[in-house]
Design a protein. Structure first.
Length: 133
């Protein structure tokens, strides 16, 4: 999971202020998920890898939708979509995802050319605008 790599380096015992565990979950996220889904996650659940993943998935599904891109999920988890301060964070998440995935793209829903920049034709958006390589 790219978020876990960026957050804790896959360390279940990581701590940074009030953010703890595999996904560095803050208390406000637990309270938010409990409020939205009427669940009863505890602050101690942030230390449990599987419960952390469930909390994160519920949070992201609510705020980003079930079919959002990895970019949107990373931005949302970091502090809000399209925040310029999130670009370095997304770069770190994407770097990990590119290492662990087959070269099919950023997400299964958003394929990309694995050999972009290596003598491939430039892609164009359907509107005719040139997409970055």
């Amino acid at each position: 999971m790219g978020l876990a790599f960026a957050e804790s380096g896959h360390n279940d015992h990581a701590r940074n202020g009030d953010a703890v565990g595999y996904l560095q979950i803050r208390p406000i996220v637990v309270r938010d998920v409990n409020r939205i889904y009427h669940t009863d996650f505890s602050m101690e659940d942030r230390w449990d890898r599987q419960k952390s993943i469930t909390i994160c998935e519920l949070y992201l599904e609510h705020y980003c939708g079930p079919r959002a891109s990895d970019t949107t999920y990373a931005w949302c988890w970091r502090g809000g979509p399209m925040c310029p301060a999130n670009w370095p964070y997304w770069t770190q998440v994407k770097q990990y995802l590119d290492q662990v995935r087959l070269p099919v793209g950023v997400t299964a829903r958003t394929p990309y050319k694995a050999n972009l920049g290596r003598n491939t034709p430039k892609q164009r958006h359907p509107t005719g605008n040139r997409l970055s390589p």
